[in-house]
Design a protein around this ligand. Sequence first.
Ligand code: FAD
Length: 288
Amino acid sequence: MTPKISFEFFPPQNLEASFRLWDTVQVLAPLEPRFVSVTYGAGGTTRDLTRDAVKTLHTSSGLNVAAHLTCVNASKAETLEIAENFAKVGVNEIVALRGDPPKGEGQFTPHPQGFANSVELIEALTETGKFTLRVGAYPDPHPEAANAQADVDWLKRKLDAGAEEALTQFFFEAETFLRFRDACAKAGIDGDKLVPGILPIENWKGARSFAKRCGTHIPAWVDDAFEKAVRDNREDLLATALCTELCDDLMQEGVDKLHFYTLNRPELTRDVCFALGLTPKVAFENVA
Ligand code: FAD
């Protein structure tokens, strides 16, 4: 079995970054992802850039594009207008999120006329009847969750509100996802709706500090292995091996969909996909 895959990108902020995203798309598109998604900057900071990247990818890449959308710093009307504009250009897939508070603000405060939480956003988007919705999920519980069970219960509410699938935050050990999948099953959530988020680690220092910020548990053996690999300049080799092993362990347990956080760099994701048995589809006319 080879997995069905999808890729996350972030919107480029300048010309050089635009070329990098386009190169990434060129390398990864032949792996035929189910969809690619484009993030929405924390605090709504990349609203226009996300819109432009989504539109360009949709019209030029031939890929199925999903736009991330958060409730931060916008009224309900503004948020729904952004969604409506995606629908107008033919983008009907949304990753619907509450979002993180803007930098420096410790906790999420809804806009006075905004959606109070992700469930309200999902309900409103479902009501339009225009979108396929995906949401976030947290195998290592979200820092704001009262406990692991509360996190699972909240996810159930998001799916019941109309979301079709949940893409998870990244994690380091298959066991973490499998435990979460079991807890979800007990709460009546079909395991098929859970898509593990996979981060091929380009840069351990960055990944480590991001994991700490979002409450992802870092096993001591991973920290140790990367410290040695960084010292020996073999970070990429370790990242590819660990990421492939993680995906393989998940697939052995029946997982058939994987969502890769590419960080707009294609090499590690491509190498892991190749190692998992995916082969690029090349147009016949492009074969020499
Ligand atoms: P929710 O799931 O609604 O809330 C997070 C947790 O808090 C819940 O699991 C629950 O335990 C608790 N909680 C929140 N509200 C309630 C409530 N009313 N009652 C009970 N419990 C509650 N951020 C961006 O800014 N832009 C992006 O593009 C982006 N993309 C992401 C993609 C994925 C796949 C994931 C997993 C995360 C992404 N994030 C993004 C980060 C996300 O915005 C943060 O994790 C944010 O803090 C939570 O958003 P959410 O929609 O998952 O929240």
